[in-house]
Design a protein around this ligand. Structure first.
Ligand code: 5GP
Length: 209
């Protein structure tokens, strides 16, 4: 970024935070909790080809795009990462993320494990946080209580969740795992780890006396 474009609020403190976890684990609530508690954090709005639901706000939760528009973003190298989840494509806008990092913000990506692996390969200094359910039984119960899908779809999401947890533990993209047994405690634990990571990044990048 050129110096004249610097804002008064700009710092050299940018950090990329990846938050992942299986569906139904409560990761969106945890993400929003972290976003609220850290004043210079910003949430990266992904592009997706999935259908918008009544609960989704365009431009806030996602940018809903056609397959053609998504493909054009891939071709233009406009995505930092992208992955297919449950047959639909999801991706992170590269330019926006880079600009926010340059401004010193904590940039939050709520993305799946495949996307997290891509980001970590490109930006190893990113901090990866994976949200775990208290148990597999609790996760199945949570998926059922949302009443969003049929039992068949719930079982598919459950199997996918089990796979994701296994991959998350093995792939090396995650620096911390937070168990969501109690929401407030999970947010506090996530915040403590994120603040610690940011502090150590600050020390690393500080000029030597
Ligand atoms: P949902 O359709 O339930 O909102 O999201 C489905 C999955 O896609 C979630 O695991 C979510 O974290 C993931 N996801 C959302 N945005 C992105 C993205 O930009 N990239 C990747 N790789 N995954 C995403």
């Amino acid at each position: 970024m050129t110096p004249e474009r610097r804002l008064e609020t700009d710092t050299d403190d940018g950090m990329l935070l990846i938050i992942s976890g299986p569906s139904g684990v409560g990761k969106t609530t945890i993400t929003r909790g972290v976003e609220r508690a850290i004043s210079d954090s910003v949430f990266s709005v992904s592009a997706t080809t999935r259908d918008q639901t009544a609960a989704d706000v365009e431009g806030v939760d996602y940018r809903f795009v056609s397959d053609e528009a998504f493909q054009a973003m891939i071709d233009a190298d406009a995505l930092l990462e992208w992955a297919e989840v449950f047959g639909k494509r999801y991706g992170t806008p590269r330019a926006w993320v880079e600009e926010q990092l340059a401004r010193g913000r904590l940039v939050i990506l709520e993305i799946d494990v495949e996307g997290a692996k891509q980001v970590k390969a490109k930006m190893p200094e990113a901090f990866g946080l994976f949200v775990l359910p208290p148990s597999e039984e609790a996760l199945l119960e949570r998926l059922r209580s949302r009443r969003r899908e049929s039992e068949e779809q719930i079982q598919a999401r459950f199997r996918e969740a089990q796979r994701e947890i296994r991959v998350a533990r093995e792939c090396g993209a995650y620096d911390a795992f937070v168990v969501n047994d109690d929401l407030d405690r999970a947010i506090e634990s996530a915040l403590a780890q994120v603040r610690r990571a940011r502090e150590s990044g600050r020390k690393r990048s500080a000029p030597r006396p």
